[in-house]
Design a protein around this ligand. Structure first.
Ligand SMILES: NC(=O)c1ccc[n+]([C@@H]2O[C@H](COP(=O)([O-])OP(=O)(O)OC[C@H]3O[C@@H](n4cnc5c(N)ncnc54)[C@H](OP(=O)(O)O)[C@@H]3O)[C@@H](O)[C@H]2O)c1
Length: 263
């Protein structure tokens, strides 16, 4: 699908991955509508590129989701990037936090798809990009609860793509590993993560945006796109190693192999 001229809705566009996607898409000629809660950050987005239209609101609020979809009308592409995490033991997680995380990471994307996909189907096609995670495959501490929401998003994405493909709507899960955004600070409520200490490197938000753009423009996009490509294997090994399921020497060996192989 040609990106120029397409109408795109990007959620989570005030920061990180969603923001990088909004900017990359508008620079490629798309007509971008960007949404998030923080109005001052949406203002900086339009200052960075005046072509972006912003709609401020809280995706946890079902009535905002309805207003948002009514306001944007027909879109060719939906990028579901808004999401939050939680860092810490499962046993300590307040159920109310888990319910909010499920609502934002799983229910809201489904709600937007239910509201926007019928018009895409009627128009003959479209693209839906759900931002998952390597956590869509591995639920390891300290982000077990968060990962379970990303498992659910992967399940929905798999089902959606089967239900919508005959109508020309391709649905893709973009699954990054660690990306240098506010995610960890927000999820942990603590200071920023020391990315230099991250065992196998990190990605910039723009790298995820490049993968999203590739999935939008490809004639037949894959249904899962890891960022970086090949990170599925790495994620699996890291999940095993850092999840405490490997003894220490084996964990260190796995990390060295990953570093040398640049997986
Ligand atoms: N960073 C990583 O390592 C990583 C790795 C894999 C996957 N991901 C996923 O990538 C996606 C984007 O995260 P990020 O890394 O870019 O983190 P981020 O910088 O914290 O971005 C999260 C975005 O979600 C929006 N958001 C949060 N709560 C919202 C709500 N109630 N209503 C509307 N918007 C809301 C935030 O905007 P406001 O606060 O302004 O509303 C922000 O724009 C998430 O789904 C995350 O799970 C991140």
């Amino acid at each position: 699908m040609e990106i120029a001229g397409r109408r795109v809705l990007v959620t989570g566009a005030s920061s990180g991955i969603g923001r990088a996607c909004a900017l990359a898409l508008v620079r490629a000629g798309a007509e971008v509508v960007a949404t998030a809660r923080r109005a001052h950050l949406l203002d900086t987005l339009t200052r960075e590129h005046p072509g972006i239209r912003t709609i401020q609101g809280d995706l946890l609020d079902a009535s905002f989701r309805q207003t948002l979809c009514r306001t944007v009308g027909l879109v060719d592409v939906l990028v579901n990037a808004a999401g939050v995490g939680a860092v810490g033991p499962l046993l300590d997680l307040p159920l109310s936090s888990y319910q909010r995380m499920l609502e934002l990471n799983v229910v809201a994307p489904l709600d937007l798809v239910q509201r926007l996909a019928p018009a895409m189907l009627a128009a003959g096609g479209g693209r839906i990009i759900n931002v998952g995670s390597v956590g869509s495959y591995i639920a390891a501490p300290p982000t077990t609860a968060y990962a379970s929401t990303k498992f659910a998003l992967r399940g929905l994405t798999d089902g959606m793509r089967r239900e919508l493909r005959e109508g020309g709507v391709a649905v893709v899960l973009v699954a990054p590993r660690r990306v240098r955004t506010e995610w960890f600070e927000v999820a942990s409520g603590s200071g920023p993560l020391d990315d230099a200490a991250w065992p196998t490197g990190t990605s910039a938000p723009h790298e995820v945006a490049v993968a999203v753009m590739a999935c939008v423009s490809a004639e037949r996009p894959p249904w899962v796109r890891f960022v970086p490509a090949g990170a599925g294997l790495r994620a699996h090994l890291i999940g095993l190693g850092l999840g405490g399921q490997l003894p220490e020497p084996a964990r260190r060996l796995a990390q060295s192999v990953l570093r040398v192989a640049r997986l």
